[in-house]
Design a protein around this ligand. Structure first.
Ligand code: ADP
Length: 269
């Protein structure tokens, strides 16, 4: 189980750093105020998870994050009977805990999860706001504050793994993308502590790499990887080695593509 709970109540002041791109903070706040679920669409590593963590802290709500994978089932979210000292004891899953506590439940990469998961989400995403727990016979009404947030990456061109309209039309949706250069420079500088000149060059390289998307690369380099490269350089690693480890090797296994990426890098540094 990949659940990470952070039930500590925090305020806006110590919310993790998040630099907005548009009006996503306002939209999310309005969704929260109206008990509406939100879907975050966008490529990996562009700030979706950070945004949810930031918003949970701002709203002072606990956050349960579940990294979905192809083996994740409804029972993993809801809970199961576990054997404890010879007795079977019911143990809530992260979704059930969030429903009881009035927390935010964030299902990261929800399309990866098994099909039975979406069935569970339906009664939670309309105005009933209930979670039926078949195993215990309970029908839980979501506590005030409960909010469902899910993310998915429409870029993976996998028709088997898109959300069905009957599911996606239950969510408000916000589109995320890689930040434009000025914003990405700000983010990477803040996250890594590296000087602005070198961050600017890394962000320029990231832009060039993203230009290759669709030709040699399935997906452009994420802001997360640019932050990694900057952090390595800030720690004293040589620029070429850091770029190789953070912005070239993670993107491709193909020798020719990697050579092309190195050429792009050499033209900038
Ligand atoms: P995703 O959930 O979209 O895969 P993350 O939220 O984990 O991506 O973002 C990866 C990293 O990129 C974060 O840990 C953070 O360092 C950085 N990042 C990306 N966008 C932002 C942003 N708008 N504000 C602050 N940090 C950001």
């Amino acid at each position: 189980m990949n659940a990470h709970a952070n039930p500590k109540q925090r305020g806006a002041a110590d919310a993790p750093f998040y630099l907005p791109g548009a009006d996503e903070i306002e939209v999310f706040q309005a969704a929260a105020a109206n008990d509406l679920p939100v879907l975050l669409k966008g490529p990996t590593g562009c700030g979706k998870t950070r945004f949810v963590a930031h918003m949970a802290a701002r709203l002072g709500r606990p956050l349960y994050t579940v990294a979905c994978h192809d083996d994740l089932s409804a029972a993993d979210l809801i809970g199961r009977y576990l054997l404890k000292g010879g007795e079977t004891v019911w143990t809530d899953g992260p979704l059930t805990r969030a429903v009881r506590e009035g927390a935010i439940c964030y299902l990261d990469e929800v399309v990866e999860a098994r099909k039975d998961v979406t069935v569970v989400l339906h009664p939670l995403t309309d105005d009933r706001r209930i979670l039926p727990i078949d195993r215990t016979g309970e029908e839980l009404e979501a506590a005030p504050g409960f909010m469902l947030v899910a993310s998915y990456n429409p870029g993976y061109q996998n028709i088997l793994k898109t959300l069905k309209p009957s599911t996606r039309q239950r969510f408000l949706a916000l589109e995320f993308d890689f930040p434009e250069p000025a914003r990405e420079i700000e983010i990477v500088t803040r996250e890594s502590g590296l000087d602005r000149d070198r961050v600017t060059a890394l962000v320029r390289l990231a832009g060039k790499i993203r230009g290759l998307k669709g030709q040699d690369l399935e997906e452009g380099v994420s802001t997360r990887l640019v932050v990694y490269a900057a952090a390595l350089i800030q720690q004293g690693m040589g620029v070429d080695r850091a770029i190789e480890a953070a912005m070239i090797e993670p993107l491709s296994d193909d020798a020719e593509t990697k050579r092309g990426l190195r050429d792009l890098s050499a033209a900038i540094f």
